[in-house]
Design a protein around this ligand. Structure first.
Ligand code: SIN
Length: 281
């Protein structure tokens, strides 16, 4: 049987004694239960490849086809579900997305109508320092919200802009946002109910170009700043320092994540899958 050991007092657990290339039904259901309890799971020392990652991830739902990288390529090794995140440049071309820069707090693809349930990330090559990935507990952030702030967001929705990625770069083909009140974007409740645990979580998506529907711009900005200042306090997060062969899976419905920058002379290659999700409610 697997062992589940919390990695911090607030979010995440390490799952020991699981070989992700060969999981039986009993192990899968224990992993799923641990995922719902801890929002983020870490599996160390996995000797798996992109194919195994796809097969493992599919146990948790249908997978998204990976979006194209900044270089226009998509998929990896014949698996269209795999997104390569990397700073490595080969023959003058980046092999993956996001480069070496910091990625700010976000949830994956919050800017679509049905954002992914979760993501699984396999480390293939990692630098000896930098490039850590942080996770923050959005159940806890909501539970701790000051009553006055909680009352202000009741029933409100955020419009989530898609024009920039988590590194702050304009996506290919996107128009820069001049007016957040009129730009296109998916609209989701600020407080969402997790469809499996039935717990309520704060759902902020990304700060850049967000807008709270129906509020004057200045009020929306002030409220968003207050919510972000609250949710991004270190007491709600845990930061993972990668080793090769780690797999981390996170639940996008109750966790945000971010990544530290790292030295661009060092190689970092990660493979990510994403489980399709539902419309937040
Ligand atoms: C991301 O999904 O935002 C990046 C995660 C990472 O590269 O650690």
């Amino acid at each position: 049987m697997i062992e589940v050991l919390p990695v911090s007092g607030v979010i995440g657990a390490e799952v020991r004694s699981a070989d992700l290339s060969a999981v039986d039904d009993k192990t899968l259901s224990a992993i799923h239960a641990a995922w719902m309890d801890h929002c983020v799971l870490l599996f160390r020392g996995q000797e798996i490849d992109a194919r195994d990652l796809v097969i493992f991830s599919k146990h948790f739902g249908e997978l998204d086809i990976a979006p194209a990288n900044e270089n226009g390529d998509s998929g990896f090794g014949g698996f269209p579900e795999v997104l390569v995140l990397s700073n490595v440049v080969e023959d003058g071309k980046a092999i993956g997305a996001l480069g070496n820069a910091e990625a700010q707090w976000h949830t994956d693809m919050n800017y679509i109508d049905e954002p992914p349930t979760g993501s699984a990330l396999l480390s293939v090559e990692v630098p000896d320092e930098g490039g850590d990935t942080g996770f923050t507990n959005m159940y806890r952030a909501l539970d701790d919200l000051a009553p006055s702030l909680r009352a202000q967001i009741d029933g409100l929705k955020i419009k989530h802009d898609s024009s920039t990625n988590s590194g702050g770069y304009l996506r290919a083909g996107a128009d820069p946002v001049n007016d957040v009140t009129t730009c296109p974007g998916a609209i989701h409740p600020i407080v969402r109910t997790h469809p499996e645990t039935a717990r309520k979580a704060l759902y902020l998506g990304r700060r850049r170009s967000a807008y709270i529907m129906g509020l004057p711009l200045e009020e929306s900005e002030m409220l968003l700043d207050a919510l972000w200042a609250h949710a991004s306090q270190p007491k709600y997060s845990w930061h993972h320092q990668w080793r090769v062969g780690d797999v981390v899976m996170w639940d996008n419905r109750c966790a945000m994540h971010r990544r530290d920058s790292f030295d661009n002379t060092k190689r970092r290659i990660m493979h990510r899958t994403q489980i399709k999700g539902d419309k937040p409610f």
